[in-house]
Structures are given as C-alpha cells and as structure tokens.
Design a protein around this ligand. Structure first.
Ligand SMILES: Cc1cc2nc3c(=O)[nH]c(=O)nc-3n(C[C@H](O)[C@H](O)[C@H](O)COP(=O)(O)OP(=O)(O)OC[C@H]3O[C@@H](n4cnc5c(N)ncnc54)[C@H](O)[C@@H]3O)c2cc1C
Length: 417
C-alpha cells in the first residue's frame, strides 16, 4: 500500500478503515537463499537492500521477539557523520547520505530532522582535537563548523557556560546531523522488504547454526530447522551468543546503555548537544520531551535494564549542563544491550565458515549506521565482496592488530568506547 496525502485525506473521511497491516505474518519456509538472524534496524535494512539493490528476495529475517523491539527501538535517535578516522569516516558519510534520501526511498515518514549536532569542548586541548576532527569531516565532504563560546551561546542560550568542572569553551557544530524517529525507521525498512517478497518472521529464535564441512547449511530455530544457502548474523547485543553457535569467539562485550525522557515541555533546545561530563547528550523530541543519556553501566550484562548509580550520574550531568531543566519530570527510562567492540568500530565481514556473515560491534552508535550498514552488508552477502565504504570493517584486525580504528583513542577496553 502506497502512502500519500490523498490517501490520508480519504481515510479521514471514511473512518480509517482502509489501512492494511504494514507487513505479512508468514510461516517460515523450509529453505531460503538468505537467512538474516535479527530483526533490528540493521537486519531489516539488510533485507531491504538485498531485495532492492540485488534482486535477492528469497530471504527470511528471523527475529526472536518482535520487529524493532531491540536497540533500534531503544536508542536516543541521534544521526551524524562526525567521525575522524579513515574507515569510519567514509562509511558514516555514506550512511548520512542514505538517511537524507530515506523517506523518499521508503515512502515512509521516518521524521528525519537535520537539526544539527553540537559537541561541546571544555579546554584548549579539546578545542584542538575537535578542530582536527572537523577538518577530517570537511575533507570527507561533510559539514563541520568550529564554534567559539559566543557561537554556542547564540544557538543554545540556556546552558550554563561557567560551571567550574566543565566550562564551555565552544563546540564542534555538525549542521547535517540530527535525529529521526527510531521505530519508524524499523517499520519503514520492514515494510519495504516485505513489499519486495522478504519473509519477516517474528517470535522465531535462532538456537543453532548448522555447518557441514565448513559450509553453512541453515539454522535451528524455536519454530524448527530452516535451510539456507547463506546466513547473516546481525543481532547487536547478542552477537557473542549467536556467533558461539558457529564456534566463534568474538572481540565483543555486551554492556548496558540507559536513556531517559521527560514529560513534554515547550521548545527549549533546537539541536542535539553532547557534554563532556560522562558522555552526556540531550535533544528535545518533536513531542517536547527531553531525551537524554550518558555512559554505559560499566559492567558486562545481558539485562536490558540499567542501574541506579548511572541514572543518578546522568541526572547530575543534565542538571550541570542546563540547571533550568531541574523541574522537568522524568517519565521513563530504559536500557539496551550494546555490542561493544574492543576498538570501538564495527565489523561487517565474512567468517571462516563459507556462507556465514557477521555484522556487529556498533557500540552505542549503530542507529546512525542503519542505512549504511544494511547497504554494505547486503552488498557483501550478494557479491561476496566488501562494499567500498565499509571495506575496513574486517574481523581479522583484532587478531592481526592491523587496521584497528580506535576513534576515541581509549585503547582496547570495551566499555570505554
Ligand atoms: C539507550 C541507547 C541509546 C542509543 N543512542 C544512539 C544514538 O543516539 N545514535 C546511534 O547512532 N546509536 C544509538 N544507540 C545504538 C543503536 O541503537 C544500536 O547500535 C543499533 O540499534 C544496533 O543495531 P540493531 O538496530 O540491528 O539492533 P537491535 O534492534 O538490537 O536488533 C538485533 C535483533 O536481534 C534479535 N536477536 C538476538 N538474538 C537472536 C536470536 N538468537 N534469534 C533471532 N533474533 C535474535 C534481537 O531480538 C533484536 O531484535 C543507542 C542504544 C541504546 C540502547
């Protein structure tokens, strides 16, 4: 079903009775050309681009829960292309371009809002580092503006510029960055994939991966065995567990990241702001809620809920940045399981098992990667060749040490990325 202003108008006149479910609810077939394990943002976009770009439609996405119930529906929706290192830089740049055409491509309102992202800096040294990052972004063809203190004040007058621990010296402004509605992104890709013949199978947990003589043959699931010529793992926080089914040990740790939203208030914040105190970042949703988050909970876990000390720390950071938000009431908090790689950069690669592919390691930055990751992963699966913008995301860099992309310069400790 296509969406148009005329269709919305007609449905309004006739009691909204003509809308149909956005995707089918098929039974799994005995065999597929490609099985994608995981119905998150990356799995759904992979299925969509496999069908759209490569004409491969005998595809199933197997999701153990419901589509969009994982991190894709739990993030703080920030989209940006402000990476500095070769490898990451071209990939996120490509992904942002796909974001900019996504609504037209999917014919779905994903509420993409390029309201700008400002990373605040708090010392001369940090200014130098951000100037360098901004130059890398410009070299990549993206946009970056180094703002001084007054430049930040013009855009965000409400923040406290003189707090003692983190005085605001300025900010790196990325105008094309912004936010999008996360679950709409999952639904838009799901709808596009379904329309092209992909089977989206919910409540279907993969419990084993069948391999014979080094070649993948299919998967075992809670709804029976399904054969496949190719199997693609893309399960974010569960990557280590699913890869273990194929005898692999990944350079990934799973950690919890929490986020929070307040009641709706009048517009006070036009951009997305990040603040040095504990990785804190904040934006205001279209409904008026302040959406914010901070650091990981600092221990490995598979529980999709966070701890109280981190909650307190995030609240303190928010209060320190914008004391005026003190009276806003927090409505909800939630957590998601992050697939933290040990250099902070992702993996999109083949594995040593023929026909088995791996996509993971997105840390807490994988929402902005949803279109780019799906595009590149589909290319790899279809052609058995790396897609150029994602060609550095090799798994063997963790074994050989060559090609590591430590964007944050924090070394090999997973929870610091
Ligand atoms: C609080 C929070 C804030 C964040 N903020 C941002 C942000 O502002 N910007 C940004 O770019 N990124 C952000 N992220 C990160 C981003 O959400 C993730 O990196 C990204 O969504 C992960 O990819 P995904 O969407 O495919 O994951 P998911 O949606 O988690 O998809 C993986 C799916 O695999 C399924 N699965 C797992 N095991 C199995 C199995 N055995 N069989 C079948 N299915 C299985 C899961 O149920 C899940 O649905 C944030 C994350 C969190 C939690």
């Amino acid at each position: 079903m296509g969406y148009s202003a005329l269709k919305i108008f007609k449905e309004g006149l006739f009691g909204q009775k003509g809308w149909k479910p956005v995707w089918r609810n098929p039974e799994p077939k005995a065999e597929y050309d490609v099985i994608i394990i995981g119905g998150g943002g990356h799995g759904l976009s992979t299925a969509y681009y496999l069908a759209k770009e490569h004409g491969i439609t005998n595809v199933a996405v197997l999701e153990k829960g419901y589509l969009g119930g994982g991190n894709v529906g739990r993030n703080t929706t920030i989209v940006r292309a402000n990476y500095a290192l070769p490898g990451n830089s071209e990939f996120y740049s490509h992904s942002l371009k796909l974001w900019e055409g996504m609504e037209q491509d999917l014919n779905y309102n994903t509420m993409m809002s390029q309201r700008g992202v400002i990373n605040l800096f708090h010392s001369d040294g940090q200014r130098d580092a951000f100037a360098r990052r901004g130059n890398a972004m410009i070299n990549q063809g993206d946009d970056a503006i180094l703002l001084d203190r007054d430049g930040v004040r013009d855009l965000v007058p409400l923040i406290d510029f003189d707090n003692v621990r983190f005085p605001i010296y300025g900010g790196l402004y990325h105008p094309r960055g912004g936010t999008a509605r996360h679950d709409a992104v999952a639904w838009g890709y799901a709808r596009g994939a379904d329309q092209r013949g992909v089977d989206l199978i919910q409540n279907c947990e993969v419990t084993g991966i069948d391999i014979e003589g080094g070649v993948v043959k299919g998967v075992q699931t809670s709804r029976g065995a399904i054969r496949a010529k190719k199997v693609a793992i893309v399960v974010a926080g569960r990557s280590s567990q699913v890869a273990e089914m194929a005898g692999m040990r990944l350079p990934i740790e799973s950690h919890i990241l929490q986020a929070f939203v307040t009641e709706g208030i009048k517009p006070i914040l036009d951009q997305v702001i990040s603040f040095g105190m504990g990785h804190f970042y904040i934006s205001q949703s279209d409904k008026g809620g302040l959406v914010f988050g901070g650091d990981l909970d600092f221990y490995a876990s598979y529980a999709a809920r966070g701890n109280l000390p981190m909650m307190e720390h995030v609240m303190e950071a928010g209060m320190t940045l914008m004391p005026s938000i003190a009276k806003a009431r927090v409505l909800r908090s939630w957590g998601g399981i992050m697939d933290m790689s040990s250099d902070g950069s992702p993996i999109i690669d083949k594995t040593e098992t023929e026909g088995l592919y791996l996509n993971c390691g997105w840390c807490y930055g994988g929402f902005k990667a949803v279109p780019g990751s799906g595009f590149s992963y589909a290319h790899l699966i279809a052609k058995d060749m790396h897609h150029e913008p994602a060609s550095q995301f090799r798994l063997d860099r963790f074994r050989t040490g060559r090609g590591l992309m430590d964007e944050e310069g924090t070394g090999s400790q997973h929870n610091l990325h």
